[in-house]
Design a protein around this ligand. Structure first.
Ligand SMILES: NC(=O)c1ccc[n+]([C@@H]2O[C@H](COP(=O)([O-])OP(=O)(O)OC[C@H]3O[C@@H](n4cnc5c(N)ncnc54)[C@H](O)[C@@H]3O)[C@@H](O)[C@H]2O)c1
Length: 393
């Protein structure tokens, strides 16, 4: 029997491969097409996975293939257009990569287009399917740490890049509370970009959620142990130390930290594999009338709003009550308004390299061990200067 759902991948890059890895584990789905304007990329992808259709534009693909599901695996600024095109073509579902969008107007345009066509929209915060986060969510709901009060998050490589996972993930573990207010601060003294989006050198924020639980986020400040999949939750009765594949609990019943037993599914890595497959399976259930997907677009739009409010707080020098009024990209607006003078004006992009091809992992590890920051190590290994950044981070 042929698979029930036809899927198409837009963007044949690194995460486009992870989506294929996920779909390949789900019998009900067959990937029938790939879209990429770079001929080499789409042809290589087509050969690698034996896909029948390869297209230069999404419009050609939608007209020719009429897929049920479209995976949007392009860079952030190219998330809304293909999502909206797919919705308007009447596809059943879109799985779009994180961060959902840059600015709440862009995020909301995706939600609205999908609502209008009845398209199910999922944003790929696939770590929601890791065993550590799932178990932590259960423990919080069971009251294992009493009432959650504070969550500590430490990420790097840009707030919108890693921060989206950690903010989204802690909201998931806490039961997806909405946000009440946000206060943020940022520094941008070098002309830093991440996948073509201007980003901060460093930032931090305090996010006050419904139920009076707060998230503290620091990004690109203290890199030691920074991880998009890790957070520490303090409740009135205990602590939870959460990673994607481990949970440690300390509360009044336990004499110190204790590991929590997890149902570790083979291949449940943070990216690709089982997490992506689980994300697809939950989507199929949603299409077939089951419960709304845990990674649904409306929920992910809250995470976008929180990150944008951190920037807007820095822009306005005040606490931002939500909903956020500014719908464009506050950091971009600050740059345009001349609020972020640069000590190092040469633009650079920490993800301008399509892959790790040509980079020696051991050389990278040596540089990092010498204290060279991640982005600078990548540039060095590519024989490039900079980025300027701050040598002490
Ligand atoms: N969920 C995760 O854990 C995770 C991990 C990595 C990346 N991502 C996200 O995935 C997105 C893509 O990142 P990446 O690292 O895979 O990038 P990449 O550069 O490896 O791949 C992007 C691909 O998109 C293609 N492309 C460009 N314009 C296009 C268009 N108009 N239509 C179709 N294809 C087009 C490019 O040619 C390239 O092949 C980013 O938003 C990133 O944040 C998510």
């Amino acid at each position: 029997m042929s698979p029930a759902y036809k899927a198409a991948i837009v963007g044949a890059g690194s995460i486009g491969h992870a989506h294929m890895d996920g779909y390949s584990r789900v019998d009900e789905v067959e990937v029938v097409a790939v879209v990429d304007p770079v001929a080499n990329a789409r042809e290589q992808y087509q050969r690698e996975f034996g896909i029948s259709g390869a297209y230069e534009t999404i419009e050609e693909m939608l007209a020719a293939e009429r897929p049920d599901i479209v995976s949007v695996c392009t860079w952030h600024l190219l998330h809304p257009a293909p999502t909206i095109a797919a919705a308007q073509a009447g596809v059943k579902a879109v799985i779009c990569e994180k961060p959902m969008a840059i600015g709440t107007a862009a995020a909301n345009s995706m939600v609205e287009a999908c609502d209008a066509s009845g398209t199910k929209l999922v944003i790929s915060h696939q770590r929601r399917f890791t065993p550590g986060w799932e178990r932590a969510k259960e423990l919080v709901a069971e009251g294992a740490i009493g009432k959650p009060e504070f969550v500590n998050i430490k990420v790097m490589d840009g707030l919108t890049n890693w921060g989206t996972h950690a903010i989204d993930g802690s909201r998931f573990v806490l039961g997806d509370p909405s946000a009440r207010w946000v206060m943020g601060a940022l520094e941008r003294i070098s002309n830093k970009h991440e996948r073509a989006v201007p980003i901060e050198d460093a930032c931090m924020g305090l996010i006050h959620l419904e139920g009076d639980v707060q998230l503290f986020v620091q990004s690109d400040l203290y890199l030691e142990g920074a991880d998009a999949g890790v957070f520490l939750i303090r409740g009135t009765e205990g602590l939870l130390d959460v990673t994607e594949t481990s949970v440690r609990l300390m509360n009044s019943d336990r004499g110190g930290w204790q590991d929590v037993e997890l149902n570790l599914v083979e291949g449940a890595r943070a990216i690709g594999g089982e997490t992506n497959a689980a994300q697809v399976r939950e989507l199929l259930a949603w299409i077939e009338g089951g419960p709304i997907h845990r990674g649904n677009g409306r929920n992910a739009a809250v995470t976008v709003e929180i990150m944008m409010a951190m920037y807007e707080s820095a822009r306005q020098n005040r606490v931002i009550n939500l909903p956020l009024e500014e719908t464009e990209y506050p950091l971009g607006l600050m740059i345009a308004e001349g609020k972020l003078p640069l000590d190092y004006p040469e633009p650079y992009d920490i993800r301008s390299f399509l892959s790790w091809e040509g980079i020696d992992g051991e050389d990278y590890a040596t540089l990092r061990a010498e204290g060279v920051p991640h982005a600078r190590a990548l540039m060095k290994l590519h024989g490039l200067d900079g980025p300027p950044g701050r040598p002490d981070r």
